[in-house]
Design a protein around this ligand. Structure first.
Ligand code: SF4
Length: 461
């Protein structure tokens, strides 16, 4: 589901519904422009034209009586329910056999790390707990809890409703006092938290601690007056949230954009890809903080990342920025111009590492299972595509058929339909799934493949 926000005004008053000891006032208006749709012309730029301290606000919010991020004591029963709904016997068989098993003439090799990560499981489980804790209250969620259609549909069935969007704006006025609002695994922009705090609603925050770690990093950049170079997609909800906690920032989506920025810092001496200040601002118009000036704001930089980006690319961008600062200001002064903290999430890293290992195997094709708006899944597909292995990124078994046809996505988002995608005869298939994909969805995909092979055998008989 693509979600787009456009320019919206956040009220100036931010008296929090906090214990009396905590009181915070946002002295100047904050304006927010953010987009959840990469095709949208809006930007996540957050104009922090105020002395509002997002870190203090967040800290105080987490101590308020209307805030919960740990669940409500129903962990065991909600985990049991999730096990029933999302686990798979086929995956269990694979795991019991060293991640490789043969059904008929199909050998399936499962990646060493795949599927639900700790942060996703935690987020879904806390959302289930919220429903149990508040059986009669209206429960809203500010965005998809995770990027998986099966799980999101399940929450809909549990009457957890998305905040409606009209003309690109989230309609927070539907939320009433006494309602419950869930923040998803990839977090929410600080302005949304302010709005909810003002409404005195129960906030259930499922933000993954790895995402909060990135927020802490950009807050450190801000404190040290470093500009945050955020490796991410400017329209991705997680990056929108991270940008809202940053001071001055620029978002680069890949090495090419990072090279352009570094080339500009060096006055064209890196590879000549950059040009004028105007061209710079035009190129990054949706990806910089308000009032960003590349001539003034790229003197001190720090690196942060969307947790689901390619780990190796984030590292390369960090090294490039460090080398650039050394070249410009001298090796001895680099610490005054560059800082970096490791914010790459283990789960993303493990799934990518397992994929790099799997593409070394002798496989006929690879199936990458995960939501089509899942950034971490797109990178798994990217790794297979780079190796030239036939690889099919699908979000459910429904993308297979009728007959031997598949509709799948390429890593950059193009939708492709292919006939006779499943080769005849014995096959070796590699399979992996994104961090927000339940095992049950992977099982459904494999069962569809087995059915096709069974039909093929019957036709030959
Ligand atoms: S992929 Fe990493 S950052 Fe994202 S939810 Fe999972 S553990 Fe958290």
């Amino acid at each position: 589901m693509a979600i787009a926000f456009q320019l919206c005004r956040i009220p100036t008053r931010t008296d929090l519904f906090l214990p009396e000891t905590f009181s915070l006032r946002c002295r100047k208006p904050l304006s927010l422009r953010c987009s959840g749709d990469s095709s949208s012309a809006s930007s996540p730029a957050v104009a922090a034209e105020s002395d509002f301290d997002a870190k203090v606000f967040r800290k105080n919010l987490t101590r308020s009586k209307n805030y919960n991020r740990k669940g409500f004591g129903h962990k065991e029963e909600t985990l049991e329910l999730m096990n029933r709904e999302y686990t798979s016997d086929v995956i269990k068989t694979l795991k019991e056999n060293g991640n490789e098993y043969t059904w008929g003439n199909v050998t399936v090799k499962l990646a060493e790390a795949y599927g639900f990560c700790w942060g996703v499981e935690r987020a879904v489980q806390i959302a289930y707990e919220a429903r149990k804790q508040f059986p009669d209250e209206k429960i809203w969620i500010t965005n998809e809890i995770i990027h998986n259609p099966t799980v999101n549909k399940r929450l809909e069935e549990m009457k957890v409703e998305n905040i409606p969007i009209e003309q690109g704006n989230k309609q927070f006025e539907v939320v009433d006092k006494g309602d419950v609002v869930i923040l998803p695994a990839f977090g929410a922009a600080v302005e949304e938290m302010l709005t909810l705090s003002d409404k005195n609603v129960q906030i259930v925050d499922t933000t993954c601690p790895w995402v909060s770690k990135v927020w802490n990093t950009v807050e450190k950049h801000k404190k040290g007056e470093y500009t945050s170079i955020i490796h991410g997609k400017y329209s991705h909800e997680e990056t929108i949230a991270t940008a809202s906690f940053a001071g001055t920032y620029i978002i680069v989506k890949n090495m090419q954009e990072a090279t352009y920025v570094c080339d500009y810092i060096l006055g064209g001496a890196l590879d000549g890809s950059s040009s004028t200040r105007e061209a710079f601002l035009e190129k990054f118009k949706y990806a910089v903080s308000d009032g960003f000036d590349p001539d003034k704001d790229l003197v001190k930089v720090g690196i942060a990342n969307q947790t689901t980006m390619l780990k190796g690319e984030t590292e390369e961008i960090g090294k490039l920025a460090e080398r650039t600062m050394m070249q410009k200001y001298g090796v001895e002064n680099v610490n005054d111009h560059f800082i970096s903290f490791n914010t790459i999430c283990d789960a993303t890293q493990e799934r990518q590492d397992a994929m790099y290992k799997m593409v070394e195997d002798d496989l006929d094709l690879i199936l990458v299972v995960g939501g089509w708006n899942s950034s971490n899944t797109s990178h798994l597909q990217e790794i297979a595509e780079e190796r030239g292995i036939p690889s099919y990124w699908i979000d459910s078994e429904q993308r297979i058929g009728p007959g031997n046809r598949i509709a799948y996505k390429l890593n950059h988002g193009e939708l492709v339909e292919k006939e006779n995608w499943l080769p005849k005869g014995p096959l070796a298939i590699g399979i992996t799934s994104g961090a927000s994909t339940p095992d049950k969805v992977v099982e459904d995909v494999l069962i569809k493949v087995f059915d096709l092979k069974r039909e093929e055998a019957l036709q030959l008989a």
